[in-house]
Design a protein around this ligand. Sequence first.
Ligand code: FAD
Length: 414
Amino acid sequence: MTQSYVIIGDGVAGSSAAETLRGEAPDADITVLTDEGESLYNRILIKEYAKGKLPAAPISIHDVSWYDDRDINLELNTLVVDIDVTEHTIETHHGDVYDWDKLLLATGGTPTQLPVENADANGVHHFWTFQDARDIKSNIESADSSVIVGAGLLGIDLAAITAAQDVEGKYLMRGDCWWRYALSEQGASIIHDALRERGVEPVFQSGVDHFEVDETGHVTTAVDPNGDQYDADFVGIAIGLNFNTEILQNTPIECDDGIIVDEYMQTSHEDVFAAGDITQFYDRILGERGQNGAWGSAKEQGSIAAKNMIEYNSEPFEWVSSYSITHFDFPFLSFGHPTLGDDTAEAKHSDTEWRRLAFKDGRIVGGVLIGDLSPQSKYKQLMRERRVVSGQRDILMQEEFELDDLEPIETVIE
Ligand SMILES: Cc1cc2nc3c(=O)[nH]c(=O)nc-3n(C[C@H](O)[C@H](O)[C@H](O)COP(=O)(O)OP(=O)(O)OC[C@H]3O[C@@H](n4cnc5c(N)ncnc54)[C@H](O)[C@@H]3O)c2cc1C
């Protein structure tokens, strides 16, 4: 009997699942539904478009014919509003109902709004979709001053966009350094210097109490909790993601700041799977539940979910996630779970070279490399092998080291 697969979300997780399903189940009925008005594009590259460095065309990954050629039914501008796991149906905002044998939830997240006065004013931007990037580009090109809020990997993209567009900016941060959960002040100071060189001034122990607007409703000023005022006719906010789980409200599917899945991407319902940023998955390397917010991980999860939707237990997800930023003269890479663990080791090798590893129970669970990315494959291998190495941090922190310099494997866990 022909199996029907419905995928909610045409980001990289949903799209890669559709591709794998078609490859492995040539006769299956496959439907992909997305509330966006365009099919899969490269979310990583939309910042380059907003900077004015890349035209729109190369950002698209699949045009509509890609789905037609593979006999995949793609529905754009279609919001799924309800799921019935007993009847095996979903309903869209048009009132259309689709039956499924297996369902994939690949709905990602939506940027968290700053809960302050005038956070919805004109000129205040959040950043997730290509349409957001178009709006940001058109606003920043006519801006004279900017404020960025959110000291993480997306906030720094917004800061880099203002810098690339030659708009002076203030980057308001709650603590004493950028991405304080993964970097020490020593590591972050490399990033702060690079921001200053590009005309973006970090402001520490700050944030936004409210925004002021002009008579047209356009933002003019950010006022921080200390009462300090910063001119801003462009504001970029990146303070986190709310995971798109509302459609699961009437289902028994287990959620906890994301959708809980096992290592086969199966939810608490045997016919419902999830993939991408939305998942709280069982991380075999970490030995506990983890969550990734990275392109490569979402793509792999989509593909693994598809295989297990066809035949459960066929392949587990086991992956060391990577996330790089390329705004500066030096490279930057974070991998694994750099904000987790119970111990860290760090070293600075030059004004633009710094590294830090996070350990849990003596094993590497993540890290950040600035300036010199050459040890990344060794660290990732040690992480995959679950080797207990925290006692050998002197070797791990050397500018150059070989895996053979380390003591032989002490412990491997399954
Ligand atoms: C500006 C920016 C820069 C980034 N840079 C990097 C980077 O350098 N490196 C890196 O690894 N990662 C980066 N990321 C993160 C990476 O893009 C994400 O981890 C990845 O795209 C997640 O893919 P996903 O398919 O899980 O979710 P998404 O891409 O969020 O896709 C989910 C889709 O589901 C749709 N949807 C949600 N709910 C419904 C519904 N009810 N009905 C229909 N459709 C629905 C959404 O509209 C969306 O299209 C960046 C992200 C952004 C925004």
